[in-house]
Design a protein around this ligand. Structure first.
Ligand code: NDP
Length: 285
């Protein structure tokens, strides 16, 4: 068994494991087995989204695991097409039903598009009713984050944003820390891109610790107080990605990895009108 996964305490006192498991791009028919394997490997924090179209399969794996509900931390996300006060309440009910759960640990606004202010008001209400233990956002750049904080009652507990050695998000992290918002990385392994696994700086540091590049990337994020949710459909990689609590990167190694930042997304430009339009019109049933 891996060593115990530490928790981070969110700004409302709720505790979240600093290492979880993501299921983006896991096909629905493979998700139940994948999540079953991840839970068996020791993961207790699972990140899905209505847009991933695999919430039902996540729910089946959770139910079959027999793991007490209070030992799990389950995240799902509200899609753009469901934004707005009424849409968000409906989408929340649908997600909860698909997951076969009676509360969510964390509900995130998936993208800062559409009527997400209406969504946030609905989420604040659901939070007060106790059916969501913490509410947060995803893909919010600093300007959107500050505006949401300034014009609403509750500050998000989490902002889940693309973060990996090639897109390090230093300024975002500083701002989130100032506001008590936990930084959660998506794509911590650069979404599997080969130039990350072949990178000479990362491979050299990996060799020095007798670890893999994936483990170095995850450890580097954790040492920056960033929560990670790597995805893998392979049990051996699930175990590998959990095995990051028995070594420490030195200050020099952290500084070397800092030089790899390109300052740009490897995945999606949230300021590109065509991309924003695509996300705004995408529908997932
Ligand atoms: P990751 O950075 O987790 O990379 C996943 C890829 O890396 C897969 O191709 C996987 O392949 C491969 N991989 C996993 N472990 C290893 C390893 N040890 N060695 C080599 N290759 C490995 O990308 P994701 O996009 O999946 O991000 C993680 C999670 O973040 C998602 O699953 C999702 O939950 C969330 N996310 C959120 C977004 C948002 O907008 N809020 C956007 C994107 C992701 P294989 O499966 O074959 O092992």
């Amino acid at each position: 068994m891996p060593s115990q996964i530490p928790d981070v305490t969110l700004n409302n006192g709720v505790r979240m494991p600093v290492l979880g498991f993501g299921v983006f791009q896991v096909p629905a028919e493979q998700t139940e087995q994948t999540v079953t394997d991840a839970l068996a490997a020791g993961y207790r924090h699972i990140d899905t989204a209505s847009a991933y179209q695999n919430e039902q399969a996540v729910g089946r794996a959770i139910a079959a695991s027999g793991i007490p509900r209070d030992q799990l931390f389950v995240i799902t996300k509200l899609w753009v097409a469901d934004a707005g006060e009424e849409g968000a309440k409906r989408a929340f009910d649908t997600s909860l039903r698909k997951l076969s759960l009676d509360y969510l640990d964390l509900y995130l606004i998936h993208q800062p598009f559409g009527d997400y202010y209406g969504s946030w008001r609905a989420m604040q209400e659901l939070y007060k009713q106790g059916v969501i233990k913490a509410i947060g956002v995803s893909n919010f750049y600093p300007d959107r984050l500050i505006d949401l904080i300034d014009h609403n009652e509750i500050t998000p507990a989490v902002n889940q944003i693309e973060t990996h050695p090639f897109f390090q998000r230093g300024a975002d992290h500083t701002l989130m820390t100032e506001h008590g918002i936990a930084h959660e990385s998506w794509g911590p392994l650069g979404q599997g891109r080969t130039d990350l696994f072949d990178n000479p700086v990362l491979t050299k540091i990996a060799a020095a610790h007798d670890k893999t590049v994936a483990q170095i990337a995850l450890r580097w994020l954790l040492q920056r107080d960033i929560v990670v949710i790597p995805k893998s459909v392979r049990p051996e990689r699930m175990a590998e990605n959990l095995d990051v609590f028995d070594f420490t990167l030195t200050g020099d190694e952290m500084a070397l990895i800092a030089t790899l930042d390109t300052g740009a997304s490897s995945a999606f430009d949230h300021h590109d009108p065509a991309g924003v339009h695509w996300l705004g019109t995408a529908r997932f049933e």
